[in-house]
Design a protein. Sequence first.
Length: 244
Amino acid sequence: MTEPSTGATDSRVIASFHLIRYAGVDAMRHMAFDRPALRRTRGLSFWRLLGTGRGRSMSLGADLRRWALFAVWDGEPALEEFLARSPVARRWRAEAEESWHVRLAPLGSRGRWGGRDPFAAAVAAPGAGDGPVAVLTRASIRPSRLVPFYRSVPGVDRELRGQDGCLASVGVGEWPLARQATFSLWQDEAAMTRFAYRAAAHRTVIGRVRGEDWYAEELFARFVPYASRGTWDGRDPLRARGGE
């Protein structure tokens, strides 16, 4: 497990991201069966079960064996209790072919998810400094803008795959086509900023999103990824950064 210091405390609101790969495609049933257990989880203030794409960002192709959970917790003890006792986490340990888990200290966010600000109660963590940064971008795409949105994805995908400083990324979604998100890990703030503002295809898409009103709702959030466990496509991208 990677444990860089961030100043996160037991009482501070934190988030977590869990990427689970199962052996078979019948894992889709967990999307329904896990919801009641998550609703009953103490200290879990916000959560979304998410399907994943096959590429590094949002795409039309789905990976039916890999699923994700994004969660916001009232503090470390709530997450610890979930990982130790929840039937959801217990099944991950028993059935997952591969899993990766990361704890996230919120740095800042803007926007809403399902009409809510998931980080309204969060106190911003100290800056990431020279360390890694995690980014969650989420959008509810207007039906009339789905075609231009998905036509723009391949160009951004190519830039993301070739981007220096991008440690890993995955496209996720809670509803086919129209409610999409990307979770990404970056070597540092500078690498994230280079992609956001200098990558040509990404910069063009951002301009069209604003100018053509593609999204009915969106959220952008940054985090310090301060502890990770397991593997993502055979490795822990936080341990692997910089040749570690």
